[in-house]
Design a protein around this ligand. Structure first.
Ligand SMILES: Cc1ncc(COP(=O)(O)O)c(C=O)c1O
Length: 353
């Protein structure tokens, strides 16, 4: 029997589907996406091209497919190197995508909360050429970082890293699963963040409340190539307008609610910070991701996750000491009070597990 949790902080993909979105999907005009003839998909792609300042775009079922397809286009040969932070999502949560599908070598940067600098990637990019050496081809960043802890990449760091990469003949990729999270916090337009990248994608099921759907964008040539791999990975979507409608609805109706979801998460972080045994700097909760540490002498993240589940609160124990909570628009002020009380109670009564 599948369990539905009363409070689901596992991911922002777990927000409720609204009746308004469902109704809008029902009315969607559809056509053949594979032939470029779905009017609702085309409307979404035009909208995203405008938002991101890119020439062309393609609809994808998931962010993982966007990363896989983009990396395959941007790398030139099997064995090429992709440079990304050690916490990057495709390294940890995509069934070995980089080696298994893209056939590339990941170079892991030891960034700070998922954010790295030009100085950190300089040695790998400037290493001497050799026929026996894997060529660095792509620098990939996550805006905002997920397993890095919800950090927002500063625009000047992005510009610096990307311009260094380009000067050295590398391509740049932005995993924008939560790009709008950065946009609503900083006021910097999505197109300004996207400008430094050869490829960028955004997700509609994270924060924007759609059941699924992502859009990958770039130059016309890049998107032409992306179509090849999209098909190869089974990404021909036929009458996808019904899903694209949800994405459009998310942009119009849920994007304006994103800031509020961040504020609720930030309030939760402040509450949790008062609990003995929880190590968390609320200052670093820049958007909607909380990555907290459980003091070793008190308990473990696994224990806390298990005990919270018993109270119908779902979180994610990332490792023995680290617990992740992701806020979204279905989380209310009452919910965060409940979570705070539950965590306090569990830790107060835990016997050094
Ligand atoms: C930063 C990041 N990239 C990629 C993905 C994968 O997206 P999807 O679940 O749509 O495949 C996620 C999912 O949570 C993510 O957080």
């Amino acid at each position: 029997m599948l369990q539905k949790y009363k409070i689901d902080l596992f991911s922002d993909t777990n927000s409720e589907l609204s009746s308004g979105m469902r109704a809008y999907m029902m009315e969607a005009e559809v056509g053949n996406e594979v032939a470029g003839e779905d009017p609702t998909v085309n409307r979404l792609l035009d909208r995203v091209c405008d938002l991101l300042g890119k020439e062309a775009a393609v609809f994808m079922p998931s962010g993982t497919m966007c990363n896989g397809v983009a990396f395959r286009v941007l790398c030139q040969r099997p064995g090429d190197t992709i440079i990304l932070d050690k916490t990057a999502h495709p390294l940890h949560k995509a069934s070995g995508l980089i080696s298994g599908l893209v056939q590339s070598v990941p170079y892991l940067v030891d960034g700070k909360r998922g954010v790295f600098t030009t100085e950190q990637i300089q040695p790998i990019i400037e290493k001497p050429f050799g026929y026996n050496i894997s060529q660095p081809r792509v620098v990939s960043i996550e805006q905002i970082t997920n397993l890095g802890g919800g950090a927002i990449w500063p625009l000047n760091t992005i510009q610096d890293v990307c311009s260094f990469a380009h000067k050295n003949g590398l391509k740049t990729h932005m995993d924008g699963a939560r790009l709008f999270g950065a946009v609503v916090e900083t006021g910097i337009p999505a197109a300004t963040y996207a400008r430094s990248f050869d490829s960028v994608w955004i997700d509609f099921c994270k924060g924007l409340g759609a059941p699924m759907g992502a859009v990958l964008a770039g130059s016309k040539e890049f998107i032409e190539e992306a179509w090849y791999y999209k098909f190869q990975q089974g990404g021909g979507l036929h009458k996808a307008g019904i899903l694209a409608a949800a994405c459009l609805y998310g942009l119009d109706n849920n994007l304006p609610r994103l800031k509020e979801a961040h504020e609720t998460t930030q309030e939760l972080a402040k509450l949790l910070n008062n609990i003995p045994g929880i190590i968390l700097d609320p200052q670093v909760v820049e958007a909607n991701i909380i990555l907290l540490k459980v003091e070793q002498s008190k308990s473990t993240a696994f224990f806390l996750e298990k005990e919270l589940k018993k109270r119908s609160i779902r979180t994610l124990a990332v490792d023995t000491n680290t617990l992740r909570m992701i806020g979204h628009m279905s989380i209310t002020k009452e919910n965060i009070q409940t979570v705070y009380e539950a965590v306090s109670d569990i830790l107060e009564n835990s016997q050094n597990v």
